[in-house]
Design a protein around this ligand. Structure first.
Ligand SMILES: [Zn+2]
Length: 340
């Protein structure tokens, strides 16, 4: 039986009850479609020719619209059979109620809930459990064919846009690998997506990409594609490279990537992770300062009551400053250039 799941995202947002129970059907081209939950849909090629399992998530923050629009288009093109996937691919549209009110979240930041907690006290906590369960089923069922299974072929790109302007508009956070080596082919792929700035996280976090990296050995990344805009207000010409590469990732067996030596990558180590501990937390620089702005050693970056946070080295740059986070959450990251 073929169900009509066109406008999958719109229907997930405004008529989620339609997708409360799991649905599975085949497209005319043989692709298996699996609707797992509202905003969660997977495609299984008729004969998987590669062991790649690709997870593309967007809208974990509801107002970060460009990645949502990019993934929505890919899903529609797959459903309409304009493109055909050669790999297992799952799309997760994270925070549907937050999208509907044009906000980052409703009760709580969903991208801080990917940990061992099983709490379901608000809608983001419930959604985090639903997403974790879908991801487990998706990544663990790739073992069903042991002859092609290869842990290194699990991929996860969690697509975001940033709150403020950035000197390096597109960048990716490489989650803490606990000493495992960085994968250069992944950086080549990101570079082909015009994502040439890489932040190497140095500690465990509760983000979605750290969760898949740690628990499923996926090559997971938080990818920031530019500045937050409302639905329909994105200049899609700014996303040409990433749209092209994501489509190729799904529809091609092998990718034609630039040589690592030719990728204009800027790699940074995370230097300080500064959490907000009191309501007196204040940033000591202009509100409109772009991400990746560097400061001389000793510059006062933030105060929290009587505590002062200063740049520890020359050129230490700020990323993701946000004084409005909840107490105990990260208010600012600082980074310094490095080589890998
Ligand atoms: Zn985000």
């Amino acid at each position: 039986m073929s169900l009509n799941s066109a406008h999958f995202l719109q229907r997930s947002r405004f008529e989620p009850e339609q997708f409360k129970t799991q649905q599975q059907y085949k497209l005319r081209n043989g692709t298996e479609v699996h609707i797992v939950a509202p905003g969660i849909i997977a495609f299984e090629p008729i004969q998987p020719v590669s062991p790649k399992s690709i997870l593309l998530s967007s809208g974990v923050h509801g107002n970060e619209t460009a990645p949502i629009e990019i993934c929505e288009q890919l899903v529609e093109n797959l459903l309409n059979e304009k493109i055909v996937t050669k790999h297992r691919v799952m799309f997760i549209f994270g925070n549907l109620p937050a999208m509907n009110i044009g906000e980052r979240f409703v009760d709580e930041n969903l991208n801080r809930l990917f940990n061992d907690s099983t709490a379901i006290d608000n809608q983001e906590q419930r959604r985090a459990q639903e997403i974790k369960s879908a991801v487990k089923d998706f990544f663990e069922s790739d073992i069903s064919n042991p002859s092609t299974f290869d842990e290194s072929s699990r991929l996860h790109y969690d697509l975001h846009t940033a709150i403020r302007e950035s000197k390096n508009e597109k960048f990716a956070v490489y989650p803490f690998l606990h000493g495992e080596s960085y994968n250069k082919a992944q950086l080549q792929f990101l570079s082909a997506c015009a994502v040439n700035t890489i932040l190497l996280s140095q500690s465990p976090t509760s983000t979605f990409s750290y969760y898949t990296s740690k628990n499923y050995k996926a090559h997971g990344f938080t990818v920031e594609l530019g500045k937050v805009k409302a639905f329909g207000e994105n200049d899609m010409s700014k996303f040409t490279d990433v749209v092209k590469m994501l489509e190729e990732l799904i529809t091609e067996i092998n990718l034609d990537l630039p040589l690592y030596e030719n990728c204009p990558l800027d790699v940074y180590d995370v230097k300080q992770v500064i959490d907000k501990h009191s309501n007196e937390f204040t940033l000591c620089f202009a509100d409109n300062i772009p991400n990746f702005t560097g400061f001389p050693k000793g510059t006062l970056l933030a105060t929290d009551g009587t505590h002062e946070y200063r740049a520890k080295v020359d050129g230490e740059a700020i990323v993701f400053p946000n004084a409005n986070v909840a107490l105990g959450q990260r208010a600012i990251l600082t980074v310094v250039p490095c080589e890998i």
